[in-house]
Design a binder for this molecule. Structure first.
Ligand code: ADP
Ligand code: MG
Length: 271
């Protein structure tokens, strides 16, 4: 059971202005939330609102300007063995499954590497463990898939490989940064359902980053709406979607297809 806390985090980037002058861009402005085992928090916001910056800080790829990241009561380590352990506990699925896989390496290699690196398999057990991982993301036949290169798989299959790779170190927290936005609409739900199923089975804490309020509602326990680096609204999915308070959330909720809400509106109009 793990808890990852993001406490009052601020992230400023140094940027160059139009005439070469240096300035500062506040990408994340005083954001706090908690990821708990077995729960999904959805981070919803338009492009540029600071979502991926939050993901990068959670993975220790970027440092907060201020604030802290705390895993099970301990400040997230920045170096050495402790950081390696942190990185096996907190794993990520990226938006673009093609860019995140090396075209020259087989699928088997992509999965064997983290298993060996994080001590979850030995040379003699690694093939079996790779097969097991492929089974968990419902890819098969395992021997066939393991021998292939990324370009020999479909986008959805590649994303399943990326999920399997994230599961290899046996993480407790999974960050999924727009995991289906580059996939065909027809296969998105399958990948999201797989993530939800794995989460239940493994009791993972999940951060689901998306700009899609409809899937956030379906797949999360809590929704945080980001706007220009700040959380402008948060609550249970029903609260946020059926009773949005912030104008930006209202726009999002109106744009999201939601049959229940339309039915409620029609009833209200008749009354
Ligand atoms: P999102 O994932 O919600 O689309 P990002 O977190 O990628 O948003 O970006 C938030 C803001 O920070 C954007 O204005 C973006 O241009 C800026 N930004 C992101 N990374 C950097 C960087 N390395 N240097 C400067 N600005 C950055
Ligand atoms: Mg992003």
């Amino acid at each position: 059971m793990s808890t990852l806390e993001f406490r009052n985090v601020v992230k400023d980037y140094r940027v160059r202005g139009g005439r070469g002058e240096k300035g500062r861009l506040r990408a994340v402005n005083d954001v706090s939330f908690t990821l708990e085992a077995g729960k999904t928090v959805a981070l919803v916001g338009e492009s540029g609102s600071g979502k991926s910056t939050i993901a990068k800080m959670l993975l220790q790829l970027e440092r907060p300007t201020s604030g802290s990241i705390v895993l099970d009561g301990a400040v997230a380590p920045r170096h050495g063995e402790a950081l390696r352990r942190y990185r096996s506990d907190v794993q990520m699925v990226f938006q673009d499954p093609f860019a995140s896989l090396n075209p020259f390496h087989s699928i088997g290699h992509h999965l064997a590497r983290p298993l060996l690196l994080h001590g979850k398999a030995t040379r003699s057990t690694v093939d079996e463990k790779v097969r097991e991982l492929l089974g968990r993301v419902q890819l098969g036949p395992a021997a066939d898939v393991a021998a292939r290169r990324p370009h020999e798989l479909s986008g959805g299959q590649r994303q399943r490989v990326a999920i399997a790779r994230a599961l290899a170190p046996e993480p407790r927290i999974l960050i999924a940064d727009e995991p289906v936005s580059m996939l065909d609409v027809s296969i998105r739900l399958g990948v999201l359902n797989l993530l939800a199923e794995l989460q239940r089975q493994e009791d993972l804490g999940v951060l689901y980053i998306t700009h899609d309020l409809a899937t956030a509602r379906h797949f999360s326990d809590e929704i945080l709406v980001m706007y220009k680096g700040q959380v402008v609204e948060r609550g249970t999915p029903d609260d946020v979607i059926l009773n949005p308070q912030h104008p930006y959330t209202q726009q999002l909720a109106e744009a999201a297809p939601d049959p229940e809400k339309r039915i409620a509106e029609r009833r209200a109009a008749r009354a």
